[in-house]
Design a protein. Structure first.
Length: 540
C-alpha cells in the first residue's frame, strides 16, 4: 500500500454485476488505479490472515448474502487494525441506524447504491483516501512525539548509541543559569515552567533540523536531548550557536510577566565512548560547567582526549560557516517570499472569483425581487381598476335613484289626466334601475370570475408543475426499479442455472452410482455362479 498515491481499490460485494459496474466506473474515472473484486459468497468472509495492507480504499457492501454476517460485522472486527484501508460502505436498502453505526465504527463515507453516481463515487474514493492519509499522518506525529518525550526510550537510545559506529548520536544537556536565583525570583513553579519552556524550544529547533531528537528531564534544573551527529564538528558547533541565538530571542512569560534568562549547554559526542548513562551525563555536565563560565547563552563540547572546547576556540571557522549558512538562509527566505507572493496571488484570484459569484447571485436575487414586485403592482392595479368600476356603478345607481325620485315627485304634482303618462315614466325608470343593477351585478360577477380564473390558472400551473415533478420522480423510480429488477432477474437466472447444473451433476452422479451398483451386482452374481459351478464340478 502506498503512503502517497492511491493505487489499489478492493470491492467487497456479493453481486458480480454490481462489482463489474463499479470496477468499470473506477477504471474510467480514476485511470491507473488497480481494482480488485472480492466475492464473499464464493470466497467466504476474510479471515484474520487476510492482507488488508495492500489496499488503499475498500468499497464494502452491507448485505453480503452470508447468514449471520454483514459488512458492518467485518468492519467492526478489523477497523482498529492500523493497516485496514479507508472504507466506503455501500448499501442497497440501508437505514439511518446502520449509517450511524457504520460512521461510529470508522468508515469515511456512507453511500446508498440507488443514489450513487459516477461523480459521487469518485469524490467518495478520493475523500476517503485523503482523510485516511491525514489520520495516519496525525497518528504518526503523535506516536513520534510521545516516543521523543519518553524517558525509557531516551535511556534505551543512549545505551544503543554508546560505542556504535552506525548510530552516531550526540548528548546535549541544557541547564538554565543561576537556577537558585530564578527560584527566589519567580518561585519553584516558575523555575519548573522555565525549564519546561527551554526544553520545548530546544526540541522544536532540533525537530526542524531533522535531528531525530529524544528529550527527557534528568534533574530538577537540567534537560537532556539526544540528536543525530550532523557529520562534522564544525556543523555541530554551528548548530549549537544557532540554538544559543534562538534561545536569546525566545521570550519566557510567567504570570503575564516577561523574564530574562540564559542557559549553559554541554555537548557530548557518544561515538567510541564506553560508559553507562550516569557517566555520560556527568561528562556532559562537565561541559555545562565549562560553558557556564561564559556570559549569556553558551555551549561547550566535551572532548575526552583534551579539555572541553568552547565556541571561542574556533570562532573564525564558525564565522565562515555562518556566512555560508546565511547565504543559504537568504536564498530560502527569498524562495519563501516568492511562494508567499504566489499564494497571495492565488488568494486574490479566489477572492475575485468569489466576489463575481456573489455579485451574480445578488443580481439574480434583485431580478427575482423586481419581477415579483412587478407582478404585485399588476395585481394592485387590477384591484384598483375593479374598485373604480364598482364605485362608478354605485354612483350611477345613486344618480338613477335620485333622478327617478325627482321625476316621481314632479309627476305627482301634475294633473290627474297625466297620471297614466307618469305611471309609464315610472315604469321606464324602474326598468332602467333594474338594468343598472343588473349591469352592476354582472360587473361584480365578471370581476369575481376573472379573479377565480387567475387563481384557477395559478393552481393549474402549480398542479402541472407538481405533476411533472411527480412524473419525473416516477420515471426515475421506474428506471431504478427496472435496473434493479434486471439485476435481480440476472442473479436469479444465474442461481437457477447453477441449481440446474447441480441437479444435472447430482443426476449424473446418481446414474453413475446405479451403474456401478448394477455392475457390482452382476460381478457378484457371476462369482456366485462360478462358485456353484466349481462346487458342482468338485462334487461330481
Amino acid at each position: 500500500m502506498s503512503e502517497t498515491n492511491l493505487e489499489k481499490v478492493l470491492i467487497l460485494d456479493d453481486s458480480p454485476d454490481y462489482r463489474k459496474l463499479i470496477k468499470t466506473f473506477i477504471n474510467k474515472l480514476l485511470p491507473g488505479i488497480e481494482t480488485i473484486e472480492y466475492d464473499p459468497v464464493f470466497e467466504g468472509v476474510p479471515d484474520d490472515g487476510f492482507d488488508w495492507a495492500q489496499y488503499d480504499v475498500l468499497l464494502l457492501d452491507y448485505h453480503l448474502s452470508i447468514v449471520g454476517v454483514t459488512g458492518l460485522d467485518i468492519l467492526q472486527k478489523n477497523h482498529k487494525k492500523p493497516e485496514f484501508p479507508a472504507t466506503i460502505m455501500l448499501t442497497g436498502a440501508g437505514t439511518e441506524e446502520i449509517a450511524v453505526r457504520a460512521l461510529k465504527t470508522g468508515i469515511y463515507e456512507y453511500q446508498p447504491k440507488q443514489s450513487l453516481t459516477k461523480d459521487k463515487l469518485k469524490q467518495s474514493i478520493i475523500h476517503a483516501w485523503e482523510s485516511k492519509k491525514a489520520d495516519r499522518k496525525k497518528q504518526l506525529e503523535i506516536t513520534n512525539h510521545n516516543r521523543a518525550f519518553n524517558k525509557e526510550v531516551f535511556y534505551e537510545q543512549l545505551a544503543m548509541a554508546t560505542g556504535s559506529d552506525e548510530l552516531q548520536r550526540v548528548l546535549v544537556v541544557i541547564k538554565p543559569d543561576a537556577a537558585d536565583q530564578v527560584e527566589k525570583s519567580i518561585g519553584l513553579i516558575g523555575r519548573d515552567n522555565l525549564i519546561n519552556y527551554v526544553g520545548k524550544q530546544c526540541f522544536e529547533i532540533f525537530k526542524l533540523g531533522a535531528c531525530n531528537p529524544n528529550i527527557t528531564r534528568i534533574s530538577d534544573d537540567a534537560i537532556a536531548v539526544q540528536i543525530d551527529f550532523p557529520g562534522t564538528i564544525e556543523t555541530l558547533q554551528f548548530n549549537m550557536q544557532g540554538l544559543c541565538k534562538h534561545l536569546s530571542k525566545s521570550v519566557f512569560k510567567f504570570s503575564d510577566e516577561k523574564y530574562a534568562y540564559s542557559v549553559s549547554i554541554g555537548v557530548l559526542i557518544l561515538k567510541d565512548l564506553k560508559a553507562d548513562a550516569s557517566a555520560l551525563i556527568e561528562m556532559a555536565m562537565t561541559a555545562v560547567n565549562q560553558a557556564s563560565k561564559i556570559d549569556g547563552n553558551s555551549y561547550a563540547i566535551f572532548q575526552p582526549e583534551t579539555t572541553p572546547s568552547t565556541q571561542n576556540d574556533q570562532q573564525q571557522h564558525i564565522d565562515e560557516t555562518l556566512l555560508q549558512e546565511k547565504k543559504m538562509i537568504e536564498q530560502e527566505v527569498q524562495s519563501a517570499r516568492d511562494e508567499k507572493q504566489r499564494l497571495e496571488k492565488e488568494l486574490a484570484e479566489a477572492s475575485a472569483r468569489q466576489a463575481n459569484i456573489e455579485a451574480s447571485l445578488k443580481n439574480e436575487q434583485q431580478e427575482a425581487q423586481k419581477k415579483l414586485q412587478q407582478q404585485l403592482d399588476e395585481i394592485a392595479q387590477l384591484k384598483q381598476q375593479a374598485e373604480a368600476e364598482l364605485h362608478a356603478a354605485n354612483e350611477t345607481k345613486l344618480n338613477a335613484e335620485r333622478e327617478a325620485k325627482r321625476l316621481a315627485e314632479e309627476e305627482l304634482r301634475q294633473q290627474q289626466n297625466q297620471q297614466q303618462a307618469a305611471q309609464q315614466a315610472e315604469k321606464i325608470a324602474k326598468q332602467k334601475l333594474e338594468a343598472e343593477l343588473k349591469a352592476k351585478s354582472e360587473m361584480e360577477a365578471r370581476l369575481r370570475a376573472e379573479s377565480e380564473a387567475r387563481e384557477k390558472e395559478e393552481a393549474q400551473k402549480k398542479a402541472e408543475q407538481e405533476a411533472r415533478q411527480r412524473q419525473e420522480a416516477e420515471l426515475k423510480a421506474e428506471a431504478e426499479a427496472k435496473a434493479k429488477a434486471e439485476l435481480e432477474a440476472r442473479a436469479e437466472q444465474e442461481t437457477k442455472q447453477r441449481q440446474e447444473a447441480e441437479l444435472r451433476a447430482e443426476a449424473e452422479a446418481k446414474a453413475k452410482a446405479e451403474l456401478e451398483a448394477r455392475a457390482e451386482q452382476e460381478t457378484k452374481q457371476r462369482q456366485e455362479a462360478e462358485l456353484r459351478a466349481e462346487a458342482e464340478a468338485k462334487a461330481k
